[in-house]
Design a protein around this ligand. Structure first.
Ligand SMILES: *[C@@H]1O[C@H](CO)[C@@H](O)[C@H](O)[C@H]1NC(C)=O
Ligand SMILES: *[C@@H]1O[C@H](CO)[C@@H](O)[C@H](O)[C@H]1NC(C)=O
Ligand SMILES: *[C@@H]1O[C@H](CO)[C@@H](O)[C@H](O)[C@H]1NC(C)=O
Length: 356
């Protein structure tokens, strides 16, 4: 990726380089500078910077946002959180061009499969596309667990299939070696899977009592181990059913929650309530969620690896991006306001689709 500089800045840099090169002890620094500009950039390592050209759309003009995610509509008083752009350390991500997205995917199907975080990203993509082509005709239809937004002039389907575990849940038993609804994944051109948060449910939210593999049932299992077996079942399906020439497969990494201020060095803060700014810089003091390691390990063992949308760090830094008390009831430090953080997930998806 070449450096493009304005002339005065180029001159400054040249002077700086001359200065660095004339000082032997700083030679290494100059070499590193050059090296870093040639290195491939990790688009998931970066920080959030203020940019007034964001958000990418006006939520009040988007006909699709769930009321629980429509924070401004629910009375959220601050707006700073809308104006942050994700800035990878060594490069920039492409600005989203919705018309280009639709053109490139002409006649194709894009499907999000997963829990409410998939739904969050899917709604975001709808809004981004709608903002790009506000006059395009579309239809919206639900069939079974699938909801499809179809752009008539482009023949593009953007779909959401709700499926929180990816594996089958029957009679309160999670069948870790049996996928749920995988026949619906066939014939789709871009698949974006996600599963994590449902595995963490406890108490009354917990929808299962036991696990089953083959004909063996067991009550107790480390939940991360169960998650790993289930993801491996999914990965094996991708390996044996997907032709990577025809189909792009993504895995939406783990979207983080903010229920403990201590994680971002504010032990006095209980949760995301009242947070109006991201954590500064590229480091989050708290640890990564345990599922992150599981996801990376399963993906690294795939024969036809799915592309990871590694959103852990970028979501960790956004303690300000949740609906909080503006979800239309209760407190939500798990999902994301729209416009907001998931718009960046789609920008990253778009950036990767352009490159590959
Ligand atoms: C949408 O459909 C109407 C009616 O068929 C048509 O007149 C119009 O040109 C279409 N809009 C676009 C942007 O193609
Ligand atoms: C689930 O329970 C129902 C009703 O008790 C039963 O008919 C069905 O066979 C069970 N399914 C499995 C997979 O055990
Ligand atoms: C359980 O699975 C094993 C191996 O597939 C098989 O040999 C055995 O007969 C099965 N047992 C029952 C009760 O189905």
């Amino acid at each position: 990726m070449g450096l493009r500089l304005y002339f005065p800045l180029g001159q400054l840099l040249a002077l700086l380089l001359l200065f660095l090169l004339s000082t032997p002890s700083l030679l290494i620094a100059a070499e590193q500078l050059e090296k870093s500009s040639n290195n491939r950039c990790d688009i998931f390592e970066g920080s959030w910077v203020f940019d007034n050209s964001y958000p990418l759309y006006d939520a009040s003009q988007c006909p699709f946002i769930d009321s629980a995610l429509n924070c401004q509509n629910n009375g959220r008083p601050d707006t700073l959180y809308l104006h942050y752009k994700w800035k990878p350390i060594g490069c920039d991500i492409s600005r989203f061009d919705g018309e280009e997205f639709l053109e490139r995917n002409r006649g194709k199907k894009v499907m999000f499969v997963g829990d409410s975080l998939s739904n969050n990203q899917w709604q975001s993509l709808w809004c981004m596309l709608h903002a790009a082509v506000p006059n395009a005709n579309y239809t919206l239809a639900s069939r079974g667990r699938i909801t499809t937004l179809f752009f008539l002039e482009y023949g593009v389907s953007v779909m959401f299939l709700k499926n929180g575990f990816l594996v089958s849940l029957e009679n309160r038993t999670l069948r870790l070696d049996t996928l749920s609804g995988s026949e619906e994944w066939k014939g789709v051109d871009v698949l974006i899977f996600n599963s994590y948060h449902w595995w963490l449910h406890t108490g009354r939210l917990r929808t299962w009592d036991s696990y089953q593999i083959g004909n063996q049932t067991q009550k107790d299992m480390d939940v991360m181990e169960a998650y790993k077996i289930a993801l491996t079942t999914w990965a094996n399906w991708v390996d044996s059913n997907i032709d990577p020439i025809k189909t792009r497969v993504f895995f939406q990494g783990i979207s983080t929650v903010h229920y403990h201020g201590a994680e971002w060095n504010e032990p006095g803060v209980q949760d995301c309530r009242g947070q109006t700014k991201p954590v500064e810089g590229s480091n989050y003091p708290g640890t990564k969620p345990p599922g992150d390691e599981v996801v990376k390990s399963v993906l690294s063992n795939m024969k036809k690896p799915a592309i990871l949308l590694d959103i852990v760090l970028l979501t960790q830094l956004r303690k300000d991006g949740h609906p909080s008390i503006y979800a239309g009831g209760g407190l939500d430090c798990s999902h994301w306001c729209l416009a907001g953080v998931p718009d960046t997930w789609n920008q990253l998806l778009y950036t990767i689709l352009l490159q590959t």
